[in-house]
Design a protein around this ligand. Structure first.
Ligand SMILES: Cc1cc2nc3c(=O)[nH]c(=O)nc-3n(C[C@H](O)[C@H](O)[C@H](O)COP(=O)(O)OP(=O)(O)OC[C@H]3O[C@@H](n4cnc5c(N)ncnc54)[C@H](O)[C@@H]3O)c2cc1C
Length: 304
């Protein structure tokens, strides 16, 4: 890979400064990860399109991230281009009970704004520190609600640079999963349709759910939220706690004592600590209950 040449080309096509050899720690809520060769912040769908065409034609590896709240970046980093959908994609356009949301808008901001406008449904999202793009791709959800149930339309830019509109019937959502993982495209904007509700009720539900989170989740430590998917009819956290794994530690990573499905960075954790702990938890839970836990978190880059 000719890094100086790629750098020059990226600088040329993007209006926001391209970062090189940048630690991914700052860009993930786990505060873990090696360096990315390039970190870029496209500022429009046109820029995204030009960027994706260039990466495709030159066969340069790339990955997209939102707020980095459901990813583990390997200690050896990512050799290629990390596309961050962040504050350059942060517009919301409210039209009656419909809202068009750029991929970089954060769920807590959106949930509060919806409540203020007496639109209900998004209260569950107030404590999920993800971006709109990451949330639809993961079909983020909590307390029985998911983002997918409110989606009417998604604007994507395909890996070969063309803009497309997908309607709700083009996309299927499942538990922490969506067919967007099969579409070779990156999410740039999402349209939701929200039921009318009461501002005061929504705001008080948000307060209640945030209090519940701070009672049950170790929010004082860096994490990626739940590490494992819940197996059918059970909770990964319950199985981990039953196997007596709370507090288990490898290097700087530990199973939270407050919530079994959280692996927290107690200081200086490396991706290899987290991976080793994940494997140990999977093994012990399997020995204890016969259930093989699968990870919800997405692994990015090189680990060894
Ligand atoms: C304290 C805490 C609590 C959490 N609680 C919950 C919860 O209750 N429920 C829940 O579902 N999750 C929860 N999470 C996990 C996480 O916040 C969600 O999965 C969130 O939706 C991820 O969004 P993100 O922008 O951070 O995505 P990232 O972590 O940046 O990326 C996640 C995946 O989406 C892809 N992606 C990101 N942006 C785009 C885009 N624009 N287009 C296409 N693909 C994209 C990435 O490539 C990656 O595969 C929690 C996390 C933390 C740290």
């Amino acid at each position: 890979m000719n890094k100086p040449l790629i750098f020059e080309a990226l600088q040329e096509m993007l209006s926001v400064k391209v970062l090189t050899d940048v630690s991914m720690r700052k860009y993930t809520t786990w505060r873990i990860g090696g360096n990315a060769d390039f970190l870029v912040f496209p500022a429009s769908t046109d820029e995204l399109s030009v960027l994706l065409i260039y990466l495709h034609e030159n066969e340069i590896p790339w990955v997209v991230i939102g707020n980095g709240s459901n990813i583990l970046v390997g200690d050896k980093g990512f050799h290629g281009v990390v596309i961050k959908m962040g504050e350059q994609f942060a517009t919301t356009n409210w039209r009656d009970n419909q809202v068009d949301i750029d991929a970089g808008v954060l769920l807590p901001t959106l949930a509060l704004e919806a409540a203020e406008r007496s639109l209900s449904g998004l209260e569950f999202a107030a404590g999920i520190p993800g971006s709109m793009g990451g949330a639809v791709r993961m079909n983020a959800g909590a307390y029985g609600d998911t983002i997918g149930q409110y989606v009417t339309q998604i604007e994507v830019v395909t890996y070969t640079g063309s803009k497309q509109i997908l309607t709700a019937s083009d996309i299927s959502f499942a538990y922490r999963n969506s067919s967007l993982f099969d579409v070779e495209a990156l999410v740039s904007r999402v349209t939701l349709s929200l039921p009318r509700g009461s501002r005061d009720e929504s705001l008080s539900k948000i307060r209640e759910l945030l209090q519940l989170r701070s009672r049950n989740q170790p929010l004082e430590y860096p994490s990626c939220g739940s590490v494992f998917r819940n197996p059918p009819n059970d909770h990964a956290g319950r199985l981990i706690e039953m196997a007596n794994l709370r507090g288990m530690q490898i290097g700087g990573a530990a199973v939270s004592k407050k919530h079994g499905n959280f692996i927290i960075n107690i200081g200086g954790a490396r991706a290899k600590d987290v991976v080793a702990l994940i494997e140990e938890v999977q093994q012990r839970v399997y020995e204890y209950s016969g259930v093989r836990l699968e990870t919800e978190v997405k692994m990015i880059g090189e680990f060894v």
